[in-house]
Design a protein around this ligand. Structure first.
Ligand code: NAX
Length: 329
């Protein structure tokens, strides 16, 4: 049997946490031969609810789940972490401006970035889900002194999965037939789901779906507004699909990407595609056989796509400027 790996999860008593933990503990993420420790991190008021989740995990008697830590202490929570999944954050409330939210959550991610650097394994990978996830991730990464920037990610996989499902429905195919779908930029209503490079059964989407007006209009708007549509229908924000996307991201970053394909995740730009270095932007990513990853470079960006990418990157720059006091150096 392998040595256990440790997965630290903030917001573990929340909705996404509830949909995440049992799949990790069951072995469906890291494999049927990989034991796991779960470090569940919550704020003090949520610790009683977290105890209930721990009781349920115990009651599953998962063979692969070796140890559970439930804590509000960041040092204990991130100790020896192989993965840090930062899900917890303060939701936007009525009357709160975007910048207020950035400021409140920014402070959370400063401390968490520092605690990951001080306590997690030097190889720990961090995935930020809590919104605004790109900028929260930028703050965590910037405060995690000593850890490589390429170990920090913000989630846009839910947007990728949503876009694949919309294209599949329009083309009358299964979503698994849609590949090469890149979400560019921010996980927000400015994101650009790139249909130009996406493929259906290996053919360009634009050859399979001839309705360019739909692609440029309704398709993009549906993906951008999908989160809001789910809140309207369900009375609560996406949880199971968000947890699923977080686990898809972990798996996509842990296993080699299929030949010719890519996946979407926000990473710290090194200037690829003219995106300002240091911006946490979603791009097409390939995971290599040795476990490292690279940006897929050389895609031709047409004028329509460039306009959309510029808009979402402009928003990310605004967000970064709003939290510049939380970014050392
Ligand atoms: P919930 O409100 O159900 O749960 C959040 C949990 O985080 C709560 O239990 C709360 O006590 C905890 N928490 C708050 N501050 C914390 C801190 N400083 N340390 C540790 N825990 C803390 O929200 P849920 O539905 O689980 O959503 C979690 C986050 O995911 C939200 O920020 C949400 O906006 C974001 N989402 C991100 C998505 C993405 O694609 N990146 C999609 C889904 C979701 O909207």
């Amino acid at each position: 049997m392998k040595d256990p790996i440790t997965i630290s999860i903030t917001g573990a008593a929340g909705n996404i946490g509830y949909a995440l933990l049992f799949r990790i503990a069951s072995g469906s993420v890291f494999g049927a031969d990989q034991p796991v420790n779960l470090h569940l991190i919550e704020i003090e008021p949520a610790l009683p609810a977290l105890q209930g989740v721990v009781m349920e995990l115990d009651d599953c008697a998962f063979p692969l789940l070796k140890n559970i830590v439930a804590t509000a202490d960041l040092a204990e929570g991130f100790k020896n972490a192989d993965w840090a999944l930062l899900v917890g954050s303060v939701p936007r409330k009525a009357g709160m401006e975007r910048n207020d939210l950035l400021g409140i959550n920014g402070k959370i991610f400063t401390g968490q970035g520092q605690a990951i650097a001080a306590n997690a394994k030097p190889t720990c990978k961090t995935l930020v889900v809590g919104n605004p996830c790109n900028t929260n991730c930028l703050i965590a990464m910037s405060n995690a002194t000593g850890l490589p920037k390429n170990q920090f990610f913000a989630m846009t996989r839910l947007d990728e999965n949503r876009a694949k499902s919309q294209l599949a429905a329009k083309a009358g195919v299964h979503s698994s037939q849609v590949t090469n779908l890149c979400i560019w930029g921010n996980h927000s209503a400015t994101q650009y789901p790139d249909f130009v490079h996406a493929k259906i059964d290996g053919k360009p989407v634009t050859e399979v779906i001839s309705d360019r007006e739909w692609l440029e209009g309704e398709f993009i708007a549906t993906v951008q507004q999908r989160g809001a549509a789910i809140i309207k229908a369900r009375g609560a924000s996406s949880a199971a699909s968000a947890a699923n996307a977080a686990l898809d991201t972990v798996m996509a970053l842990s296993t080699p990407t299929a030949e010719g394909d890519w996946h979407s995740v926000a990473i710290c730009s090194n200037g690829e595609y003219g995106i300002e270095p240091g911006i946490m932007a979603s791009m097409p990513i390939r995971t290599k056989a040795d476990g490292s990853w690279e940006v897929v470079e050389g895609l031709e960006i047409d004028d329509f796509s460039q306009g959309k990418i510029d808009a979402t990157i402009a928003e990310l720059k605004e967000e970064r400027d709003a939290v510049k006091d939380l970014i050392p150096g």
